[in-house]
Design a protein. Structure first.
Length: 658
C-alpha cells in the first residue's frame, strides 16, 4: 500500500520548503491535509506529484507549490476571514482552514462544490464553508475579507473582489490571457487605493461567469455550442470585463494593442464623459509604459499646438490665441482633457525632449489660427518670407473669420481664387521644414492645413463625399507626417469619432456614399500595425447641440433600437452583468462571423436630434470589419465642459487659461 504520510512529508520538504517557503505554519498546514482525499480514486497514487491533477468537469487541482505560493503571499493570520474563488476539489480551502479563522470557498460547478463540502466534512474541518456560486462577484454578504485567493485566471481583476478586501487586505489572482498569466498580489492600502505587484508566471484554468448546476443543466450559457447561442449570449461569452475607469488597472486590458504603431480610439458621440475618461486612461498607459509619444486628435492643429507647448515644457508662443474657442468648445475644453494634459506634462518632466509625448490636432477647421501661426513663425525667422506669405494669404483675409463664405464665393465664380497662393506658400514652408527643424515642422503643418482648408471650404458646397474625403485625407496625411517626423519607432494614439476611425468600407459611408476615412486610410497604409477601437453605449445623457453653432444641451440618449449592435451589447450586459467590457470580434471565429452581418449602429456627433433619431443618427455597419475591438459602456453621462483643478508646478491658467 502507498504510504501517503511519507509521500506528503517528502512533498512538503521538496516542493514547498525546498522552493523557499519556510513559514512553519504553512508547512504544518500542508502536512495536515491529506491531498490524496482530494483527487479521483484512480489518481490517488499521483496525489503528491509536483503537478496539477484533474478533478472532473475539466478542472484541475493546483500544483502544491503554487497553492503554497499564493497562501504565502496572502499572509494569512490565525484570525483572518479568507475567501477562495474556485474551490474545485476543496484542497486549497482545506489548507487555508488550518491557517485562517474562517474560510469561504466559492465554486461555480455545483457538483464540485458538493464533493468538496463532503470531503471537508469527512476531515472534520469546521471553519470552512463551500458555496456553489459565481465567485466573480465575491461574497458580498460575508465581506470584507482579510485575504482573497482566486484559483482561476482572469484578464482583469474583478472589481467586486477588490472592493471586498479590508483595508490592508491582500488579493492574490492570476491575471492574463490563455497562454500565461502573472500571479498578482493586490494590497488594498487605503479606502480608495490598491497597490499591486507580480509574483510569478503561472498557468491556470479560466475564471468563467455564471454557475453550472449539478445535473449538468446550465444556468449560464457557457457550455452550449456557439450556434445555439443568441448574439448577446455570444458577446457575453467573449467579452473582456473592464474595471471602473478610475481603477488604476482599467487600461491594462488594452496592453494587447501596445505593439501597434497606431492605436485609434473612437467614440459614438462627441459629448460622452466615459469615452473621454476611458480614452484618457488608455492614452496615459500607452504613453507611460509602451512608448507612444504622439497623441493626435480630431482637433484643430493650431489650438492643439498651444497645449502641446505647455505639456512639453516650452514657453507659450507670443501672440498665440486662446485655444479651442470655436464651436463645439466642450470637445476639448473639458476637465478630462485638462487632466490628461496635466498628466502628460508630469510624465514629460523627466524625459528628454525627443522622448516627450506631444498633443497634436489633425483637423482643418481653424484656418485663421494656422495663418496666424505661419506668419508669426516667419516674422521671427525670415521677415522677407513673411512679407511674401502675408501677400499670399491676403487673398483669404476678407474671409478669414467666415471661411464658409469664401467657399460660397469661390463656387459662384467657379474657381479657386486663392488656391495657387496657398499651395505655393505650403510648398515653401515644407521645403523650409526639410532644412530646419523644431518650429519649422509646426509651421509647415500649418501651411499644409491652410492649403487643405482652402480646398475644403471651396468644395464644401458641392457637399458630401468630396469634402469629407479631403478632410480625412488631410488627417491621415498629418498623422503620417507626425509618425515620419518622430522616426521609425514613433507610435501614435489617435482620438476621433467612430465615423472617422471605423473602417469606412464596412459602413454605409464607404459602401453607399463613396466616403473614406482616417481608419480606412491608416489600414491601407500601415496594415496590421493599426488597431481601430470603437466605443458604444445603450443610453444615458450626452452633451450636444440641436443646430450647428448652437448652445450645448444635456440631452437624453434614447435607449438603442432593437435592430442595432448597441442593443445586442446591451442585452449582453443584462446576460453577464458587466456594464463595461471590451469586445474583440477576431478573438473567436463564431463571434466574428455573427458580427459580420450588417446591422444598425448609432452615430451622434456634436448635434443630436432624438426626434429624428433613426434617420439622423443610425446607419448600417458591419462591426467585425469596421473595428478591431469595441468598448462598451452600457449607460453613459454627458461630458461637462470647462473647469480644472490647479496643479503644482504649472501656471494656474494651464492648460486653458493661456
Ligand atoms: N483551488 C482548487 C483549484 C481549482 S481550479 C483546488 O485546490 O482544487 C479552479 C476552479 O475555479 C475550477 O473548479 C473552476 O470550476 C472554478 N471557477 C472558475 N470560474 C469560477 C467562478 N466565476 N466562480 C467560482 N468558481 C470558478
Amino acid at each position: 500500500m502507498t504510504d501517503f504520510a511519507q509521500l506528503r512529508e517528502a512533498m512538503v520538504a521538496r516542493q514547498i520548503a525546498g522552493r523557499g517557503i519556510t513559514d512553519p505554519a504553512i508547512l504544518e498546514a500542508f502536512q495536515a491535509v491529506p491531498r490524496e482525499s482530494f483527487v479521483p480514486e484512480g489518481l490517488r497514487e499521483f496525489a503528491y506529484r509536483d503537478s496539477p491533477l484533474p478533478i472532473g468537469e475539466g478542472q484541475t487541482i493546483s500544483q502544491p507549490h503554487i497553492v503554497a505560493s499564493m497562501i504565502e503571499a496572502a499572509e494569512i493570520g490565525p484570525e483572518d476571514r479568507v475567501l477562495e474563488v474556485g474551490a474545485g476539489s476543496g484542497y486549497a480551502a482545506a489548507v487555508l482552514s488550518h491557517l485562517a479563522g474562517d474560510v469561504f470557498a466559492v465554486e461555480r460547478h455545483a457538483g464540485l462544490a458538493r464533493e468538496a463540502r463532503e470531503r471537508l466534512a469527512a476531515l472534520g474541518i469546521g471553519n470552512c464553508a463551500v458555496i456553489a456560486g459565481d465567485g466573480m462577484a465575491g461574497m458580498p454578504d460575508e465581506a470584507p475579507f482579510d485575504a482573497i485567493l482566486v484559483a482561476a485566471r482572469s484578464e482583469t481583476v474583478p472589481d467586486a473582489l477588490r472592493q471586498q478586501l479590508k483595508v490592508g487586505g491582500r488579493l492574490i489572482i492570476p491575471v492574463g490571457g490563455e497562454d500565461v498569466q502573472q500571479l498578482r498580489c493586490i494590497v488594498r492600502s487605503g479606502e480608495h487605493r490598491w497597490d499591486s505587484h507580480d509574483l510569478a508566471a503561472v498557468r491556470f484554468v479560466p475564471l468563467l461567469p455564471g454557475t453550472v448546476a449539478e445535473d449538468g443543466g446550465r444556468t449560464a450559457s457557457n457550455h452550449k455550442p456557439a450556434r445555439d447561442l443568441t448574439l448577446p449570449q455570444l458577446i457575453a461569452r467573449h467579452r473582456v470585463p473592464l474595471p471602473p475607469i478610475e481603477d488604476p488597472a482599467f487600461a491594462d486590458v488594452f496592453d494587447r494593442f501596445a505593439d501597434k504603431r497606431v492605436v485609434m480610439l473612437g467614440e459614438c458621440s462627441h459629448g460622452t464623459r466615459e469615452f473621454y475618461e476611458a480614452r484618457a486612461a488608455i492614452t496615459r498607459r500607452l504613453v507611460e509604459h509602451h512608448g507612444f509619444t504622439i497623441v493626435a486628435a480630431e482637433a484643430d492643429w493650431p489650438d492643439a499646438a498651444v497645449l502641446d507647448r505647455a505639456i512639453r515644457h516650452r514657453p507659450p508662443r507670443h501672440g498665440a490665441e486662446r485655444p479651442f474657442r470655436r464651436f463645439p468648445t466642450w470637445m476639448w475644453r473639458n476637465p478630462v482633457i485638462a487632466q490628461l494634459m496635466h498628466d502628460l506634462h508630469a510624465i514629460n518632466r523627466d524625459r528628454a525632449p525627443d522622448r516627450m509625448a506631444g498633443f497634436f490636432g489633425l483637423d482643418i477647421y481653424n484656418m485663421s489660427g494656422s495663418i496666424e501661426a505661419v506668419l508669426a513663425f516667419l516674422d521671427e525667422t525670415d521677415p522677407a518670407a513673411a512679407a511674401v506669405a502675408r501677400e499670399r494669404y491676403g487673398c483669404l483675409t476678407p474671409w478669414q473669420s467666415d471661411p464658409a463664405t469664401y467657399g460660397r464665393m469661390a463656387l459662384n465664380r467657379g474657381y479657386g481664387e486663392c488656391e495657387d497662393a496657398v499651395i505655393a506658400q505650403c510648398r515653401d514652408l515644407l521645403e523650409a521644414a526639410l532644412e530646419r527643424d523644431g518650429e519649422a515642422f509646426g509651421a509647415a503643418m500649418n501651411g499644409r492645413l491652410v492649403a487643405s482648408a482652402e480646398r475644403y471650404y471651396r468644395i464644401m458646397y458641392y457637399g458630401g463625399a468630396e469634402s469629407w474625403n479631403l478632410r480625412d485625407e488631410h488627417m491621415a496625411d498629418t498623422l503620417g507626417h507626425l509618425l515620419e517626423h518622430g522616426g521609425p519607432s514613433a507610435k501614435a494614439v489617435v482620438w476621433a469619432h467612430n465615423s472617422h476611425i471605423g473602417d469606412a468600407r464596412a459602413t454605409d459611408m464607404g459602401a453607399v456614399r463613396g466616403e473614406h476615412n482616417i481608419g480606412q486610410l491608416a489600414r491601407e497604409r500601415w496594415g496590421d500595425d493599426v488597431a481601430l477601437i470603437g466605443f458604444g453605449t445603450h443610453t444615458g445623457t450626452v452633451s450636444a447641440a440641436t443646430d450647428w453653432d448652437g448652445d450645448r444641451e444635456v440631452k437624453r440618449v434614447i435607449p438603442s433600437r432593437p435592430d442595432s449592435y448597441e442593443r445586442q451589447c446591451h442585452e449582453a450586459t443584462l446576460e453577464c452583468g458587466n456594464e463595461r467590457f471590451l469586445l474583440v470580434p477576431g478573438a473567436d471565429e463564431a463571434l466574428r462571423a455573427r458580427l459580420s452581418h450588417p446591422m444598425l449602429e448609432r452615430f451622434i456627433g456634436v448635434i443630436y436630434r432624438p426626434q429624428t433619431e433613426r434617420w439622423s443618427h443610425y446607419s448600417d455597419a458591419v462591426l467585425s470589419r469596421q473595428f478591431d475591438a469595441y468598448v462598451w459602456f452600457d449607460e453613459t453621462r454627458a461630458l461637462e465642459p470647462g473647469g480644472h483643478e490647479p496643479h503644482e508646478g504649472v501656471a494656474d491658467t494651464f492648460p486653458f487659461g493661456v
